[in-house]
Design a protein around this ligand. Structure first.
Ligand code: HEC
Length: 136
């Protein structure tokens, strides 16, 4: 090890401590972005799956959207935001659940309506609640 590194070690350890303390919020917002990228993908692939009447693919997309909107719902709940972002997450989760049931029943038009409803609400949340504001 080079002497310069040893001399800087206390400062580096202090920096590591600061970074660890900030990690809890950074992690969940980083995760949120990953959920969003997946929501982005599945909200489109479900429409393609429904158009070609592929029940298995559509149900898989719907289930994944249901899970991701559930995660988002818990995220807003944990932040104590009980208004629109929580409701919009809840709505999306319900629509995804309906789309799964409808697709399995062969009601592709109904499932398509539910899935389009999810896509229609992206802007409603983004316009007002994007980006996530730091708390505290
Ligand atoms: C309930 C609120 C809400 C809904 C509904 C929502 N989003 Fe988001 N989305 C956000 C927020 C908040 C951010 C910004 C996150 C941040 O601050 O890092 C975001 C960010 C994104 C991003 C950027 C992610 C990144 O890597 O930076 C994409 C893409 C995205 N959303 C797509 C969608 C799509 C597509 C839909 C609908 C199918 C949707 N979102 C529905 C709240 C929402």
């Amino acid at each position: 090890m080079r002497p310069g590194f040893i001399r800087r070690l206390p400062a580096l350890l202090a920096l590591a401590g600061v970074m660890a303390a900030g990690q809890a919020t950074a992690d969940s917002i980083l995760e949120f972005d990953i959920w969003m990228q997946k929501i982005d993908r599945h909200s489109q692939t479900i429409l393609h799956a429904l158009k070609r009447q592929d029940v298995d693919a559509a149900v898989a997309d719907a289930r994944e959207l249901e899970r991701l909107y559930g995660l988002m719902e818990r995220f807003y709940e944990a932040r104590g935001e009980h208004d629109d972002p929580l409701l919009l997450s809840w709505d999306g989760r319900q629509r995804a659940a309906s789309a799964a049931v409808q697709a399995r029943q062969g009601d592709f038009a109904g499932a398509f309506e539910s899935a389009v409803g999810i896509a229609r609400d992206c802007r409603a949340c983004h316009d007002r609640f994007k980006p996530i504001k730091p708390q505290g």
